[in-house]
Write a protein that binds this ligand. Structure first.
Ligand SMILES: *[C@@H]1O[C@H](CO)[C@@H](O)[C@H](O)[C@H]1NC(C)=O
Ligand SMILES: *[C@@H]1O[C@H](CO)[C@@H](O)[C@H](O)[C@H]1NC(C)=O
Length: 206
């Protein structure tokens, strides 16, 4: 029992050491290489276009031959490739069919360390997480952003919901106003009647 406890504690120590070493190593490597997103979340409408953008550390002395990029879209548990660069060359064959003809990459920006992907004719199922991994001979890193595409139906639904709310407010305003008009009429009638009574009854009382 004791030896088992000792064994498992030394195993734990070893694991902690390994994890610490891994953290130190990755922070050393990634300290000189980063991938950033210029925007962490995008909101767009169906059939519109958006431009997703990532930036990564560049080294002027390195050839583009060492550049590897993989950008993927995640929705629920499904993964599809949006953009793939292998040794500096775009591999369009890797792209998922659902993105076919809808992704435009900016080659000039890519040379400056910017991954600019224009995604056109947005569909609601383009919503989800977009992750770009960049792998070079001087480092590896990744960054993600979130895209939310709202459908035209939901926009129309929102519009009708708003119209319904406005109509509801108008209806209650109308009810209140007509109620007040009825009250005023009743009050005026009461006043007129009591005025008449006074006029008739006044001199009689004297
Ligand atoms: C979206 O992109 C396509 C192709 O790049 C272009 O023809 C179209 O005018 C763009 N639409 C909008 C709304 O920006
Ligand atoms: C990434 O973001 C950090 C913090 O905003 C910035 O200092 C750095 O220059 C950026 N690097 C790249 C390559 O965009």
């Amino acid at each position: 029992m004791d030896s088992f406890a000792m064994e498992s504690s030394s195993f734990l120590e070893k694991m902690i050491c390994r994890i610490l070493l891994l953290i130190i190593l990755t922070s050393c490597v990634s300290g000189s290489f980063v991938v950033n997103v210029t925007q962490t979340s995008y909101q767009a409408e169906e059939n519109h276009n958006i431009t997703l953008e990532w930036t990564f550390t560049t080294k002027p002395d390195r050839s583009s031959k060492t550049l590897n990029i993989l950008c993927e879209h995640f929705i629920s548990d499904k993964l599809s490739v949006l953009f793939h660069v292998h040794e500096g060359v775009e591999v369009s064959e890797s792209q998922d069919a659902k993105f076919s003809g809808r992704v435009q990459s900016d080659k000039d920006a890519l040379r400056e360390g910017r991954i600019r992907l224009q995604l056109s004719r947005l569909r609601t199922d383009d919503s989800g997480l977009y992750l770009c991994e960049v792998n070079t001979d001087y480092g590896f890193s990744s960054a993600r952003c979130r895209v939310s595409v709202s459908g035209a139906e939901s926009r129309n639904k929102n519009y009708w919901d708003q119209v319904k709310i406005v109509l509801g407010v108008l209806e209650s305003a109308l009810l209140i106003v007509s109620g007040m008009i009825v009250l005023i009429i009743v009050a005026v009638q009461g006043l007129v009647q009591s005025f008449r009574k006074h006029k008739i009854g006044g001199p009689l009382l004297k």
